[in-house]
Design a protein around this ligand. Structure first.
Ligand code: NAP
Length: 251
């Protein structure tokens, strides 16, 4: 299937590795140009050189409003439009209610919700200029079912879904589609860290997944590319789980 992504331009945030990188790779494989960002310049250099000449990078900390504003300002000096925005950021730290401080809550709020607000606000003028644009918010299966010891993710990510569903109505007149993608467990450095916590960590997770394994980044990126492509032109306000069947609720 031709996803009609050739010569289209996408901003994929937090993409020097992990899920963001898998999305950038899938888009480049389809002939799209990608702009990626992250905090560490060395990692970004490595990522863009592996993605090839269709990729470029900017350094930005998405938990800081001024960084997001300056990121999009710099992008806008070089391009006239964006065909898609993949909203992704680092994960909030683990922890239970009794351990988390007000400062942990405020930082997670900025990193997980406000980064999505700032990125959306700043890129709307560029997205409006495309004949087929969309925003894809990457969240987590935690928006459907809480994950133990990940209180900040469980509490704050559902707000991103609330925003996405509302934007589906508010941005429709500008022909900007919005959707969400919710990974379960995909093998990235973040998940590797989680699995290294104990010998039984992987088994404790996979036993709950009907497909009985952790997903691979290449099983995530192409799905996101599809959702942001013109081929998905009637998918709007939707939430798609990529979790091997982990979430078993009816809705
Ligand atoms: N992997 C999974 O199975 C899974 C499942 C559900 C949800 N998630 C969520 O999806 C997101 C990505 O996860 P991942 O597994 O891909 O993690 P990862 O492998 O640790 O990669 C994180 C990426 O985000 C960048 N990043 C981190 N904090 C940032 C910030 N403040 N500003 C800009 N870039 C930042 C990192 O680069 P720098 O460190 O250089 O900034 C890196 O490129 C996280 O929010 C995670 O909680 C992941």
């Amino acid at each position: 299937m031709d996803l009609d992504l050739k010569d289209r331009t996408f901003l994929v945030t937090a993409a020097s590795r992990g899920l963001g990188f898998s999305v950038a790779k899938a888009l480049v494989n389809e002939g799209a140009e990608v702009i990626i960002c992250g905090r560490n310049e060395e990692s970004l250099k490595k990522a863009t050189s592996s993605l090839g000449e269709l990729a470029e990078y900017y350094v930005a900390d998405l938990s800081k409003k001024e960084d997001v504003q300056s990121l999009v300002k710099k992008i806008a000096t070089n391009i006239l439009l964006l065909d898609g925005l993949f909203v992704n950021a680092g994960g909030p730290p683990p922890g239970t209610f009794s351990k988390l401080t007000d400062d942990d809550w405020r930082k997670a709020f900025d990193l997980t919700l406000m980064s999505a607000v700032w990125l959306t606000r700043e890129t709307i003028p560029l997205l409006k200029m495309s004949d087929s644009s969309s925003i894809l918010f990457s969240t987590s299966v935690s928006v459907k079912q809480p994950i133990d010891n990940l209180l900040l993710s469980n509490a704050i990510r559902p707000a991103v879904i609330g925003m996405m569903r509302t934007l589906a109505t508010e941005l429709a007149p500008d022909y900007i589609r919005v959707n969400a993608i919710c990974p379960g467990y995909i093998q990235t450095e973040r998940v590797d860290e989680l699995l290294s916590a104990s010998e039984s960590a992987e088994e404790n997770i996979t036993v709950k997944i009907p497909l009985k394994r952790i997903g691979k980044p290449d099983e995530f990126g192409p799905v996101a590319a599809f959702l942001m492509s013109p081929v998905s032109s009637y998918i709007h306000g939707a939430l798609l789980l990529v979790d091997g069947g982990l979430y078993q609720g009816m809705m």
